[in-house]
Design a protein around this ligand. Structure first.
Ligand code: SF4
Length: 252
């Protein structure tokens, strides 16, 4: 009897007004809409203000990957594809202690490199690429990391994003390496919308004021990694919440 009345009460509660809470917009759907450019865009003044705030909060942002020279930066970025920086940083100190030049990496060999990076996703392919790119640097670039997008992208395992990170961090070029965080933040905020990382990269290049371009890539990555999280963005602690145009934001 008690069981029956409890069931009745539950059914009644489910139908009550209190149970009809307004559902939060499905974030994936809102994100997909943003990628089509179907959400409001930030104005030039809002973009300038956003970067001013990023700069005031963190004047000299840095990559979180550990490296000791342009070669080890290149290797760390190759290893970081579809992996976290923290995960890469757990493996690379031991690797770089043994090999921080292309010559040493080539001498170490694929099997040994594979063993040293086995905690990182896709480690087999990555180890193969790291050794192959080391051989190519020795054969074609006197063992130096080239300061050229085309030459970098011709190395095994190096795509546009990796080349952009190396050009930015090792050589101080104002490039925009659009990873998953920058892609999400740019689309959500309405700073630069696009369906592909390349679209977003081109738009960011066009809208970011020159004085912020060198560090823009790090500010946007760090914002996506620690505040504008994919599933539960921390809008309440976001320093650009009032400028953000995303319909799914949870404040203002
Ligand atoms: S307000 Fe929210 S959705 Fe917009 S940038 Fe900030 S954290 Fe991301």
């Amino acid at each position: 009897m008690a069981k029956k009345s409890a069931k009745k009460a539950l059914t009644k509660a489910r139908k009550s007004k209190a149970a009809k809470v307004k559902t939060v917009p499905k974030q994936a759907k809102v994100d997909a809409k943003a990628e089509t450019g179907a959400v409001p865009h930030m104005t030039a003044a809002q973009i300038e203000e956003a970067f001013l705030r990023f700069k005031q909060a963190d004047p000299e942002p840095k990559t979180e990957l550990l490296y000791v020279n342009p070669f080890t930066l290149l290797v760390a970025v190759v290893l970081s594809a579809q992996a976290t920086d923290a995960g890469v940083n757990k493996a690379t100190p031991a690797l770089f202690a043994l090999a921080d030049t292309p010559q040493q990496m080539a001498a170490l060999g694929e099997e040994r490199v594979r063993d040293l990076v086995k905690t990182i996703g896709l480690f087999r392919t990555k180890a193969k690429n790291v050794v192959a790119l080391s051989h190519k640097l020795i054969a074609e670039h006197s063992g130096q990391v080239p300061r050229s997008r085309d030459a970098l992208e011709a190395l095994p395992g190096v795509g546009r994003k990796t080349a952009n990170v190396v050009l930015n961090v090792a050589f101080g070029e104002p490039t925009m390496a659009v990873d998953t965080h920058i892609f999400r933040v740019s689309n959500r905020t309405g700073m630069a919308t696009g369906k592909t990382p390349f679209d977003v990269e081109q738009k960011l290049e066009a809208v970011i004021p020159a004085q912020y371009k060198l560090h823009a890539h790090h500010w946007l990555i760090l914002h996506g990694r620690y505040t504008c999280l994919s599933r539960q963005p921390l809008c309440e602690k976001c320093i650009i919440a009032d400028l953000c145009q995303w319909p799914g934001k949870t404040v203002l």
